[in-house]
Design a protein around this ligand. Structure first.
Ligand SMILES: Cc1cc2nc3c(=O)[nH]c(=O)nc-3n(C[C@H](O)[C@H](O)[C@H](O)COP(=O)(O)OP(=O)(O)OC[C@H]3O[C@@H](n4cnc5c(N)ncnc54)[C@H](O)[C@@H]3O)c2cc1C
Length: 653
């Protein structure tokens, strides 16, 4: 260990020493990822110490969750697999995937056929909820929650009646959000969004006021609001070339129609076919520093930078350069519905301290009441789940974790089969279980490997559902006085490993209290979209997936410590002293891939989209997941679950 590492606190006994790539190496078995214990733990969920939300280190798609699926992909699984053991269990419905889509499918199925329906949900992770993952921390006496994935109820398009219906049935009163969030907390301490310029990209490390008020710049509120005065302050402090500053002023303050003579529709068609980066350099003619500054803005939404986002989408996101273009509001086919600002959708927002982990937990409690105590929406937040109750023989709904489905097969041909057999791998053994019907609510890229009888065209469409790789990192720190000293509650860092970091949204619900004073422990949320700028979007996702899959936790930890130390140096932040815990939620298979007008010609030309082909039912098997709508939002996960249940219940009466 060199002196830099010592200063960063790499020697501190918190995460890396205990977790090498998520695997406990010094701690006892209670901290071990259970799936790695193999045959010695036939039913890890039943252990009284089994409690995944409190694990730190590498989470998200943690070690032990993906190896079986990867060996299936590589064609080696069956060579090494044990003889499948028949559990003798039969169900009305088996759902593969315990994310919000799978859980919602179980909910809809019960509504359709009654609560006596026997349902088994299989998931390869050690926790339920899929991307909607809860992270827990204890720092001294303080209990803090974080979201490991799905952040909030939000969507660029309004929630459908079906999705809204589920939210209401779960007792979530979306407008009541304002009673739980302390909107003025950070502002009351003089904290505002900032931009961090790093020396590798911009020649100097500098934390500067963020002059842009748009939400896309800041995951949370508390933006300064654009004003000429703040903008001038930004220009004075930012380590940008003089020409870049001049170009920024021109871009923001001198609206121009860059395509005179074209109709609004023609302009949109043109903007849908060029990237925002090309629009800025080729059409507006800005200095390269401006592109570097804006490069990572769309990361949080699309997982790629402005080199792979159409200029039309940038207009929809209200990025600068379009004020003089006289573009008519309303649909224009860009990347997706995101390019249509929608007031109704913007108002429909709710953030639980564990993100939409609370939605997953509310769904589980509705179907398996014994597993999570409480009866109201607020009391779900502090409630502790009893994982031993999730898979009980007496319960009509059972959730079996650490279980990867490896084969889903109709027993007979698609038209006449009366049963589906599902084979899954758990703890190094292979089991079979049967049901009348099955819903595949898992990631579409997995389906061709587990459901080999599907038509080739459908398998091809399923395989094209690239996931967007992301890191959602939660760092529990002992206090946020350093944030107070530098006056920042969120930082956009276009050149850093994590391109965004935020103090936790201050939400208190039902006895769960967020940090209210700078002296108290808090969770810092950091976001990285792993991508390879310059490549087509799908190739960027493939490169990013490989990158975060092969990067060790130790390397990530060093980058996290270094980034926080540099960003907050003027505030006296000491990573060795101030960091209490780190949880990296690694999602190589993150957001559903949304069609991109730059790289998916069919999206502009019309016709059947890959997701429509991919989600066709196959006999007694239906297909859900947010991939089925090519839309990376909770409402779509619910909508697709509803459609899938409709297909198998209608078809089979
Ligand atoms: C980091 C991140 C942040 C997000 N933030 C938001 C947000 O703020 N708001 C929002 O609306 N949406 C957000 N999303 C989108 C999110 O994906 C959806 O909202 C929703 O949670 C997706 O649910 P799902 O059930 O379709 O998929 P998932 O949550 O991915 O669930 C599918 C499950 O199937 C499992 N599975 C896959 N293969 C198998 C197999 N062979 N056997 C067993 N199980 C299998 C997977 O491991 C997974 O657990 C976010 C996504 C990510 C990754």
């Amino acid at each position: 260990m060199n002196s830099d590492d010592r200063e960063l606190g790499m020697h501190r006994k918190i995460t890396r020493r205990d977790f090498m790539n998520g695997v406990a190496i010094t701690a006892g078995a209670t901290l071990m990822p259970w799936h790695l214990l193999g045959e010695s733990q036939p039913d890890p969920q039943k252990s009284p110490t089994y409690y995944p939300p409190s694990l730190t280190g590498m989470r998200g798609s943690h070690p032990g969750s993906f190896e079986v699926a990867h060996s299936l992909r590589d064609g080696t699984f069956w060579e090494n697999a044990s003889q499948p053991e028949d559990t003798g269990e039969t169900y009305d419905l088996i759902i593969v995937g315990g994310g919000i889509s799978g859980l919602a499918a179980a909910h809809f199925y019960r509504k359709a056929v009654g609560n006596q329906a026997r349902i088994l949900i299989l998931d390869n992770h050690d926790d339920f909820g899929g991307h909607a993952k809860r992270n827990e921390f204890r720092v001294n006496d303080a209990f803090r929650l974080g979201f490991g994935g799905t952040f909030s109820i939000e969507s660029p398009a309004p929630y459908s009646a079906v999705a809204k219906g589920v939210i209401e049935e779960l007792g979530i009163d979306v407008p009541s959000y304002s009673t739980y969030v302390n909107e003025n907390l950070y502002r009351s301490f003089g904290l505002h969004p900032k931009v961090f310029f790093d020396k590798e990209t911009f020649g100097a490390d500098k934390l500067v006021v963020n002059p842009f008020s748009r939400g896309i710049w800041n995951e949370t509120e508390d933006a300064v609001g654009w004003s000429a005065e703040v903008f001038q302050q930004f220009l004075a402090e930012a380590p940008l070339a003089g020409q870049a500053k001049h170009d920024l002023e021109r871009l923001l303050q001198e609206p121009k129609d860059y395509f005179p003579g074209l109709t609004s529709e023609q302009k949109k068609a043109k903007l849908a076919r060029i990237s925002y980066a090309n629009f800025l350099t080729g059409t507006v003619g800005v200095h390269v520093d401006v592109v570097k500054l804006f490069q990572s803005i769309p990361h949080a939404l699309f997982g790629v930078g402005i080199d792979a986002v159409a200029a039309q989408d940038a207009w929809g996101l209200e990025l600068p350069g379009f004020d003089g273009m006289k573009l008519e509001p309303g649909p224009g086919k860009g990347m997706n519905r995101d390019c249509i600002p929608n007031e109704e959708a913007e108002k429909y927002f709710f953030h639980f301290p564990d993100g939409n982990g609370s939605i997953a937990r509310l769904l589980v409690r509705k179907m398996i009441p014994d597993a999570i105590p409480g009866a109201s929406m607020p009391d779900i937040v502090p409630a502790k789940a009893d994982y031993a109750k999730l898979d009980n023989a007496g319960s009509p709904v059972r959730i079996r974790l650490n279980s990867t489905a490896v084969r889903v097969k109709l027993l007979g041909d698609a038209a006449s089969a009366k049963e589906v057999e599902v084979t899954y791998s758990r703890g190094g053994k292979v089991f079979t279980v049967k049901a009348e019907k099955s819903i595949l609510a898992c990631w579409h890229v997995v389906i061709p490997y587990i459901c080999e009888d599907l038509p080739d065209k459908q398998k091809e469409a399923l395989a094209s559902a690239q996931k967007v790789p992301l890191l959602y990192t939660n760092v529990a720190i002992r206090n946020w006085t350093s944030f107070q000293k530098v006056g920042a509650n969120s930082v956009y860092a276009p050149g850093m490993y994590h391109t965004g970091l935020n103090l936790d949204l201050p939400v208190s619900i039902s006895g769960y209290e967020c940090a209210r004073k700078p002296e108290e422990p808090i969770v810092v949320h950091m976001m990285k979209a792993a991508c390879g700028p310059g490549l087509p979007a799908r190739q960027q996702h493939t490169a990013g997936r490989l990158e975060i899959y092969t990067t060790t936790f130790e390397t990530m930890e060093r980058k996290i410590r270094d980034q926080l130390a540099r960003t907050l140096s003027a505030g006296g932040f000491d990573p060795a002293r101030d960091i209490a815990a780190i949880t990296v939620n690694r999602w190589p298979h993150g957001y559903a891939y949304e069609y991109n007008s730059l790289f998916d010609p069919f999206w502009l030309e019309g016709g059947e989209t890959p997701c429509e082909i991919a989600r066709k039912p196959f006999g007694r098997i239906a297909i859900a997941n947010s991939d089925a709508g090519a839309y990376a939002y909770t409402d779509e996960a619910i909508n697709q679950a509803y459609r899938a249940v409709g297909e198998i219940t209608k078809r089979l009466g």
